[in-house]
Write a protein that binds this ligand. Structure first.
Ligand code: BGC
Length: 297
């Protein structure tokens, strides 16, 4: 009886574990790896986790040639000048994963979620975790009169700033990679400035005024997500992680007053209604759901 209970509990745990894995490991499996013609080795749902045996698994090894010699990219593992400190802050580069310590197998960091069907670094600069930061800048949708717009469930509509990504054409948060030695919160603000504000038609003077006005607003970010990202660039040995910060303009008088040329795809930046089923780049929809939970409950 006790044995049966233990077995049932273990099964339930495995199902829960693989469900969690699947929910975070979907876009980076199957198909052709971005910017290449390398096909990922098929990884069925039940083979994602490393401890499920997969004897036939033979992923191709791929690292894009353009990465070599780039100052922001690691050299190859095995190169005598490259002695990375895994699971640690290595000089100015954090090789720490938000998912906890990752394994090093035959000298290579192992994706903490599981198989992706490709090994090597792909088009990512770092072996192991590649850190990004994402700003989720929000306001309430309002009529011209200033009154908040209510949806069919009698709830206020939250809007967030989205950009159209040049690489995949998908709508996304205006995030980016953390520079060596940079504070992750500073990356989120810098990326918002670079991707959302600089793409607007503004004079240098206007941009300066903007930067001053919003300085305080961007001091008040709250972490809404920290962890692995299901990004199409992930491989078995290199993957994306992010911290997302919510900056909310409740009165709509600071960032919320920015006219982002709503609907103008040529500008590529706009206020978008945040709905639970919205489809966004990588795990950005998961991040947005966290923000919705926070703002609407
Ligand atoms: C993007 C971030 C994103 C991260 C992980 C970065 O290139 O700029 O917005 O969260 O990749 O997908």
């Amino acid at each position: 009886m006790i044995k049966l209970k233990v077995c049932l509990l273990t099964c339930a745990f495995m199902i829960k574990l693989s469900f969690t894995m699947l929910s975070t490991h979907f876009k980076c499996r199957g198909g052709i790896y971005p910017r290449s013609n390398v096909e990922r080795f098929p990884v069925p749902d039940e083979k994602v986790i490393w401890n499920s045996e997969y004897k036939q698994y033979q992923p191709q090894n791929y690292t894009e040639a353009s990465l070599y010699g780039k100052p922001w990219a690691d050299p190859d593992i095995g190169n005598s000048n490259f002695c990375p400190k895994w699971n640690a802050v290595d000089g100015k580069v954090s090789r720490v994963s938000y998912m906890g310590p990752y394994q090093i197998i035959n000298g290579y960091p192992q994706n903490p979620i599981g198989r992706t069907g490709i090994c090597g670094r792909g088009i990512l600069g770092r072996w192991g975790p590649n850190h990004a930061a994402d700003p989720v800048v929000t306001r309430w949708k309002r009529f011209d009169s200033g009154k908040i717009v209510i949806d069919e469930h009698n709830r206020p509509i939250l809007q967030f700033v989205a950009i159209k990504r040049g690489d995949t054409g998908e709508w996304a948060l205006p995030g980016g990679m953390v520079d060596p030695g940079e504070k992750v919160s500073a990356t989120a603000v810098r990326e918002f400035q670079e991707e959302a504000i600089n793409s607007l038609v503004m004079s240098e003077e206007e941009k300066k005024a903007w930067a001053q006005k919003f300085h305080e607003f961007f001091n008040e970010g709250e972490i809404v997500y920290k962890g692995y990202v299901d990004d199409r660039r992930n491989t078995d040995n290199a993957w994306m992680e992010t911290i997302a910060y919510n900056f909310h303009d409740d009165n709509g008088t600071i960032v919320g007053a920015l006219k982002l040329h709503a609907g103008d795809d040529a500008v590529g930046v706009r206020w978008v209604d945040a709905t639970p089923n919205i489809s966004l780049y990588a795990s950005h929809d998961v991040i947005l759901k966290e923000v919705l939970k926070k703002r609407l409950t």
